[in-house]
Design a protein around this ligand. Sequence first.
Ligand code: PLP
Length: 475
Amino acid sequence: MHSGDTPPEILRAQLHELADWIADFREGMEKFPVAPNEKPGAIRAALPAQPPEHGESFDKILADINRIIVPGMVHWSHPMFLGYFGWTSTAPGLLGEILTAPLNVNAMTWRTSPAATELETVVVDWLRQWMGLPNEFGGVVYDTASVGVMHALAVAREEAAPETRKRGLTGRDLPRFRIYTSDQAHSSAEKAAIALGLGEENVRRVPSDEQFRMNMSILREFIAQDRQSGLRPLAVIATVGTTSTASVDPIPEIAKICREEKLWLHIDGAYGGGFSMLPEYKWIAEGWNEADSIVINPHKTLYVPLDFSVLYVRDLERLRRVFTLVPEYLRGDTVEAEKNYMDYGIQLGRRFRALKAWVIWRSLGREKIEAFMREHLRLAKLFADWIKSDKRFELSAPVSMGVVCFRFIDKIDNDKIDMVNSEIVEGVNASGRAYLTQTKLNGRTVMRVGLGNVLTTESHLRKAWELIQSTASGL
Ligand SMILES: Cc1ncc(COP(=O)(O)O)c(C=O)c1O
């Protein structure tokens, strides 16, 4: 036995082996079923329950990855994976992710990671420029949009109830704060309210119109009702690209209401925000300038591998004021002249996420990113056309981005349609040949396809459509 790490020549050989493994995996992706057909617990049963007493060879570990882990995966990067929002796995993204591993730095302060800190500032600003946001917006990278909205609402809370950071919410004479978001918005609104002690019940879901956009007169009504009842409206969360249908709330009107009512405006552009890069999609960014905060997930639309989410705040100092806290053991590593990203959230230790974004965005450039996005939009429209031309199916929502919601309605009793549509999704997924998801719109179950994977071509989509048709016919 030797002390220390694996000898360099062995590591080199393992890395070569791993490089081949990764290239083979990506090249041979289509030979895997998109989703496994395992019963819950089967994978755990194949793994030793006891932690290892002695070290094992990399070969042995890799063999188990091939034997147990890979077959137990839903392959999100598979071209026939059409669940959620498609997937942003690309070869340059992979390289960026791999390059991050040997550096293994902690991007908590400038001094502990000067390049990670400054690169984060650079890529966040690139994205700001692509989104067309004015430079009064500053950003920070988090893992997810859920974490982003929680931080945004923490600032809203602090500004509405000064000193909450210091004194907390309880034992003070504070009103009940209310947050408004549409019935189509993501559940991260409630999660944030739970974490911040604002209370899940204080997120009011505003009904949406027939295009799944927040209804403005009901929003006004809710705010007025709450004020009358002595409650304090705090924030509106507007969505650009809702989770079920990718609908876009009327941001300019919401911004006007927020201005009049002095409410924090958070824009959840987790999925849809990225499309504002396209000149033909500039309409989705109308009113963003008036937001207090905006979240965008480049790991959903802008080809950065999971996880990478950016929260922009108009005047980032507002966020810093709420979260800066420098204990003595970090003081020596704190340089005031530069950003210390630990000051912009609850995390101290932070991955070097900016590197993979920098690698992928440099590799693709604006041109290629736009071309990829346009192709996904084309495929979504094409898929919608196929649905429209088969009378046994109907489109369930307008197609505005890379998401298509639809139902099978042929000769089925109305009360069975939901069950049948769920069964089609389950049948397709169990086949291992494609993967879809389902959601509910107006209380009815619909099937849902998300496009966004650079490996998905028209011929893959055609195969998925034929599989959906034949699964539906077979029921
Ligand atoms: C509109 C919207 N907002 C927020 C989220 C949450 O994203 P994250 O998984 O990054 O927390 C999602 C996830 O799909 C979403 O669709």
